[in-house]
Design a protein around this ligand. Structure first.
Ligand SMILES: Cc1cc2nc3c(=O)[nH]c(=O)nc-3n(C[C@H](O)[C@H](O)[C@H](O)COP(=O)(O)OP(=O)(O)OC[C@H]3O[C@@H](n4cnc5c(N)ncnc54)[C@H](O)[C@@H]3O)c2cc1C
Length: 504
């Protein structure tokens, strides 16, 4: 085989499949690689997944699509992070904001780290993340993360969007640029004696051959698992949630926030995702603690929505295939794996997988060595993100139901996560621990401090001692004035979205 595949067939036209089509065509289309995407209108797409990380902005930048072109058509809004609400019963820590990493926070983050360490050592100092970090303020004031002219710091952001519309939009881009699209139900996958996929076979017997295949067939994992027998690792031992129930509500009266809300419920949490035309809501829960009827009832009550709005119930399979790239097939999206949507990382992993695949093949060709190191890198990424999500459940401070108590007590932690948690509670140097483990590329020190401090994992209030002159206490008034001054430069979120629509 030459350095790159001469032809690639993608099975699946969900968001994952169309993202891969755009990226592969962008990278290799003008070097002669033919790309075809097969999907079946009889099967359809999952159609949830409305929150992204900043990786989605990098994707649109890479394929050369402006915000004015795609956002209004996909009812998209800006997103600067996730607000966690009700995950802690500790006074003063009932909510906190987990921001995307942004250059502006480089200014106050060192003071946040120091304050958190002081409070872990029992000093009565302010150590709530929101008092130090900027993006939560944008969300609270309903401002857009768009850099004003001459503002010296770039604000990093992602988006919320309608998953169906993004899929349709990307399909239009890919097909316009030369990707072949076929609507066909695939009924078989031919694998040759060497274990390579040789063709996908349609319902009418038509064979679709190519050098390389991308499995984007959703939870079914039709090529990577069904045909190639790829091993699957479940995350069920430390991520309990396996179902979701989804309901839309109207947009809030004061317009969409540029943040997702993750609100604790009895047996899980619910997302609130503001789009321009509706708010998406979904209760992610564990079937071990709650049945679908009770989950739906609890969600309806929380939202104040009656039976007139239809709910959609979904099952989630949380885990990953052991090797994303096997033989001449790369799995992406739900067929590759899924981490529950608490940090909205699924499309992030799709993009990292496809971009990593392109870069690896460009560098090392389609060799066993390239495949091994690529698979190790993707596996480490899954585990790194999984650890961060598990840390939410393990260190939250809510104890009103068995669900929350069992999550707090569960001990199925990776060695890396055990070290992080031990480091925090033994008051050791968390910055050094994160650096030594090399895990900041998944979640950096700001994220880890937000999570552990945000739930109020500090000595009990009664044991805190006043901060005397022996410690260097952050000047909170100065930090607040700095953040406030910065915020005054940013436009309103609703106005910024309206301007995009006018420019579209
Ligand atoms: C409850 C929930 C919440 C989520 N929230 C987020 C979030 O906030 N952020 C995020 O990034 N992700 C989220 N996700 C994940 C996100 O939905 C998916 O990663 C994303 O939609 C991509 O899905 P997909 O393309 O892999 O699969 P699908 O959308 O299921 O697409 C599968 C495709 O395969 C095709 N197909 C299947 N079988 C055949 C066949 N036999 N023949 C032909 N075609 C076939 C189908 O036609 C379809 O086109 C969430 C997922 C769930 C379950």
């Amino acid at each position: 085989m030459t350095a790159r595949p001469a032809s690639i067939t993608i099975l699946g036209g969900g968001t994952a499949g169309w993202m891969a089509a755009c990226l592969l065509h962008h990278a290799w289309g003008n070097q002669g690689t033919k790309i075809r995407l097969i999907e079946s209108s009889q099967v359809g797409i999952i159609g949830v997944g409305e929150g992204s990380t900043p990786q989605l902005k990098a994707f649109f930048d890479r394929i050369g699509i402006d915000e004015a072109e795609w956002m209004p058509r996909c009812n998209a809004t800006y997103k600067v992070g996730i607000g966690f609400e009700g995950w802690s019963e500790r006074a003063g820590f009932e909510r906190y904001f987990h921001p995307f990493p942004t250059a502006l926070d480089g200014h106050s983050a060192p003071q946040f780290f120091r304050a958190a360490r002081q409070r872990r050592h029992g000093f009565q100092v302010e150590a709530h993340p929101d008092a130090f970090l900027f993006p939560g303020l944008l969300a609270e004031r309903r401002l857009a993360p768009l850099n004003p002219p001459n503002f010296p710091f770039e604000i990093t952001y992602g988006y919320h969007f309608d998953a169906h519309l993004v899929g349709q939009f990307l399909k239009g881009v890919a097909v316009d640029r030369g990707v072949e699209w076929v609507d066909r139900l695939i009924q078989g996958v031919e694998v040759d004696a060497e274990g390579k996929v040789s063709a996908l076979v349609g319902e009418d017997g038509e064979r679709f051959e190519s050098d390389f295949y991308i499995d984007a067939s959703g939870f079914r994992a039709m090529i990577i698992e069904e045909a190639l027998g790829g091993r699957y690792r479940s995350f069920g031992d430390n991520l309990f949630n396996d179902r979701a129930v989804v309901l839309p509500t109207p947009v809030a009266d004061d317009g969409p926030e540029c943040a997702t809300r993750a609100i604790a419920m009895k047996s899980g949490w619910r997302w609130s995702i503001p789009l321009t035309h509706r708010t998406g809501n979904g209760y992610v829960y564990s079937s071990r603690y709650c049945d679908p009827d009770d989950a739906e009832k609890e969600l309806r009550t929380a939202l104040g929505v009656g039976d007139e709005v239809e709910a959609r119930h979904l099952r989630m399979r949380c885990g990953r295939v052991e090797d994303s790239w096997q033989s001449n097939c790369l799995a992406i999206g739900l067929s590759q794996g899924f981490l529950e949507p608490l940090e909205a990382t699924a499309l992030h992993i799709v993009l990292a997988t496809v971009e990593g695949f392109i870069a690896s093949v460009d560098q090392g060709g389609l060799t066993n060595e390239t495949r091994r190191s690529f698979n190790a890198d993707i596996a480490a990424r899954y585990e790194g993100i999984r650890d961060y999500i598990v840390a939410h459940y393990r260190t939250q401070l809510r104890r009103d139901t068995d669900y929350w108590r069992d999550n707090a007590a569960q001990e199925n932690l990776s060695p890396s996560l055990k070290r992080i948690i031990t480091c925090w509670f033994t008051r050791a140097d968390l910055l050094r621990e994160i650096e030594e483990q090399g895990i900041a590329r998944y979640y950096n020190a700001v994220s880890w401090h937000c999570l552990l401090a945000g739930y109020g994992n500090f000595p009990p209030d009664g044991q805190l001692k006043p901060a005397g002159p022996e410690i260097n206490v952050a000047d909170m008034g100065r930090i607040a004035a700095f953040l406030d001054g910065c915020a005054s430069n940013f436009p309103g979120h609703a106005d910024a979205l309206a301007r995009l629509t006018e420019g579209a």
